[in-house]
Design a binder for this molecule. Structure first.
Ligand SMILES: N[C@@H](CCC(=O)N[C@@H](CS)C(=O)NCC(=O)O)C(=O)O
Length: 207
């Protein structure tokens, strides 16, 4: 049985859980991190020396870094679908994973920390404004892509690219601030929200 260590409201844990749900891979999850703590215990650090969630144990394989875990699960349990077999197609999906981590998430994380984790009187609204501007510039790129192709790396099906960008876009649409309209992103997001696996793993309260 695959073991997932990490609280269910962590975005990086959600990527892993959504992947498992799409694949139909059975798993057991243990709450760790946030209010549950446990990340600085020696036993946890021996699995993930970063003291962060998620961490996954699959038999003898112990993994950390959410995008690497998603790649591992897709390659192991969904070759040819979530993990495209063709190298060029796979690179197209991979590219969106790297973009999620390096370009989109840092901005949406700033908005999330400020609007969800910080009390109103301590919020830095200039930080939020700048992050919304940069996130919007990034989402314009996603919007343009989704105007030409329905998925992030797959011609006619979801891939690991969709699996890591989807949870970030869920946050974008579910925080309280004024957003630019991105019609193709909205249509793609609406299709994700119709998936039972996405609903189970990702569509949870943000607080
Ligand atoms: N790059 C890492 C980042 C992991 C990370 O920052 N995890 C956060 C939750 S999203 C965490 O463990 N925070 C401490 C906590 O939950 O107590 C990954 O993608 O797995």
């Amino acid at each position: 049985m695959l073991m997932v260590l990490g609280r269910a409201n962590s975005i990086n844990v959600q990527k892993v859980l959504w992947t498992c749900e799409e694949i139909g891979k059975r798993y057991e999850r243990t709450d760790m991190g946030g209010e549950f703590g446990g990340l600085s215990e020696r036993s946890y650090l021996s699995l993930n020396p970063n003291g962060l969630v998620p961490c996954v144990i699959d038999g003898d394989t112990v993994l950390w870094e959410s995008n690497s875990i998603v790649r591992y699960l897709c390659a192991s349990y969904s070759p040819g679908l979530l993990w495209p077999n063709d190298p060029a197609q796979r690179a197209a999906a991979d590219k969106w994973m790297d973009w999620q981590f390096s370009t989109l998430w840092p901005e949406i994380r700033t908005i999330f920390i400020q609007l969800v984790r910080t009390p109103p009187e301590l919020r830095k609204y200039s930080l939020i404004q700048e992050a919304v501007k940069r996130a919007s510039d990034a989402l314009a790129i996603l919007n343009n892509h989704l105007g030409q192709e329905p998925h992030l790396g797959g011609e006619d099906h979801l891939t690991m690219g969709d699996l890591v960008v989807g949870p970030v876009v869920y946050r974008w649409f579910n925080m309280d601030f004024e957003r630019r309209e991105f019609p193709n992103v909205r249509l793609w997001y609406d299709r994700l929200t119709a998936r039972p696996a996405f609903r189970r793993a990702v569509m949870l309260p943000l607080g």
